[in-house]
Design a protein around this ligand. Structure first.
Ligand code: PLP
Length: 454
């Protein structure tokens, strides 16, 4: 075991390939369906939205896919990211456990999202696309794609969930600084936005609605604009595998191996990014690391949602996939972890959870902020509210190890910093944060709206 605190890799250790879990997953992927016909989707349908290289990655069963040199060059601006042993937190907890975290907040936009944003912008540019559209919740994905589109000289339209647009002006300004146009969703400029506003002029918006708007704009642009999604899809999760591949090498430097790997889950990408390379080691090399996904009790997709075919967006324009879902009509409460409010979950994460290969737990937001504060005071990093869910679970693991007086090696993904989330911290510090659990009846009635797939 190493005496070091910080485990850094060289540029030469930057992964040359992304890892695709579909090559090793014992659970075959369910078909992706056309939202109109509910028949298996054709590459044609997808090609309205995505460049062909990304579609091929989406359906690939290749174990490894080469990372283009242009993408690696940009990754080098912040990768490999550090792996840090949280020694001061361990001491504060008085735990025999060893706690490590991979710090993705070290990226220029402050989260793991640029790992896929740069790749997506690269493949769109290579396919001759001139502009992209996307949605953003908290603004992390929008900022990452704005940076990436700027690097590759692509225009970008961002549909930002209205409640976040109001709560997080600084993320909007960051996107605009990179040259993106940002609209509060629902807008008056899309058919779908207008239909939502006609029913509810005060709609706070949701990720599902914003996705519908961004998809509509791309789909009706006659090929001029393509759409980028920041999570959920196979190719997005695959781009994030650089996190876990680096972490494997860094745990090696630390001369330890994790008993449990933890990540928060919104759509599943940062969790998959750190966890899937360790899952490969479980499946192929006899390791037995537990993989733990952490979600808010307010959006309990894995722990309370149903594993069923559902639409990816509210307007039923995006493909139908089999996933854990709270129903495509889900309008979440305005909890502060804006990035964790999507109604569904990545199909691969859902399938692996269903098969018992990964675990999930839900946590309330007050205790999550308690953990974030404890972590900040010990380690000096103010985490994104999303990432704080992983911190909560890591601390709980460490306290359990203490109670049982056992050594446990814990690794979690610190998916982003919270420097744009200070309003949430302010609410917490003022004692005004409220817990919210998604009611079981709401899930039950939402399930009646699921597509009828034979
Ligand atoms: C977007 C985001 C998440 C949630 O998305 P996943 O796809 O589940 O990773 C988590 N943490 C941060 C910091 C984010 O920006």
């Amino acid at each position: 075991m190493s005496e070091q605190t910080r485990f850094t890799l060289n540029e030469t250790d930057l992964p040359k390939q992304w890892y695709n879990i579909l090559a090793d997953s014992p659970v075959p992927p369910a078909p992706v369906l056309n939202p109109q016909t509910l028949e298996p989707i054709t590459p044609d349908f997808l090609s309205v939205l995505f460049p062909m290289e990304l579609i091929m990655q989406e359906i690939s069963s290749e174990r490894y896919i080469d990372i283009p040199e242009e993408v690696r060059e940009i990754y080098k601006l912040w990768r490999p990211t550090p792996l840090i042993r949280a020694r001061r937190l361990e001491k504060a907890l008085g735990t025999p456990a060893h706690i490590y975290y991979k710090y993705e907040g070290a990226s220029p936009s402050g989260s793991h999202k640029p790992n896929t944003a740069v790749a997506q912008a690269f493949y769109n540019k290579a396919a001759g696309v001139k502009a992209m559209t996307t949605e953003t919740g908290a603004g992390q994905w929008g900022s990452a794609l704005a940076m990436a589109c700027n690097f590759f000289d692509l225009d970008l339209e961002v549909y930002m969930v209205k409640v976040s647009y109001g709560l997080k002006p600084y993320r909007r300004i960051m996107m605009e600084s990179f040259g993106a146009q940002v609209f509060p969703s629902p807008t008056e400029t899309t058919n779908y936005g207008r239909s939502v506003l006609a029913e509810d002029p005060d709609s706070p918006g949701s990720l599902g609605i914003a996705i519908s708007e961004a998809v509509e704009v791309a789909a009706t642009s006659n090929g001029a604009k393509k759409y980028g999604l920041g999570s959920v899809l196979n190719h997005v999760l695959m781009h994030q595998s650089v996190i876990g591949e680096e972490a494997l090498k860094q745990m090696d430097l630390a001369d330890e191996y994790p008993d449990v790997v933890i990540g928060c889950v919104g759509g599943g990408s940062n969790f998959a990014g750190i966890a899937y390379p360790f899952l490969r080691e479980n499946l192929k090399n006899g390791q037995r690391t537990r993989l733990l996904a952490v979600e808010p009790t307010a959006t309990p997709t894995l722990t309370k949602g149903e594993y069923a075919f559902d639409y990816g967006d509210t307007a039923k324009m995006a493909p139908v996939v089999k996933m854990h879902t709270l129903g495509h009509g889900f309008v979440p409460p305005t909890i502060h972890a804006g990035g964790l409010r999507y109604h569904g979950m990545a199909p691969s994460v859902s399938a692996l959870f269903d098969a018992g290969l990964i675990e999930a737990v839900s946590v309330h937001q007050k205790t999550t902020f308690d953990a974030a504060l404890q972590f900040a005071r010990a380690e000096g990093i103010l985490a994104a509210p999303e990432s704080a869910h992983a911190i909560r679970a890591a601390i709980d693991e460490a306290l359990e190890a203490k109670a049982k007086d056992e050594k446990r090696v814990i690794l979690f993904n610190l998916s982003g910093h919270g420097h744009f989330d200070l309003a949430s911290y302010e609410t917490y510090l003022a004692g005004e944060l409220e817990d919210y659990a998604h009611p079981a009846e709401a899930i039950k009635s939402a399930m009646e709206e699921l597509p009828n797939v034979a």
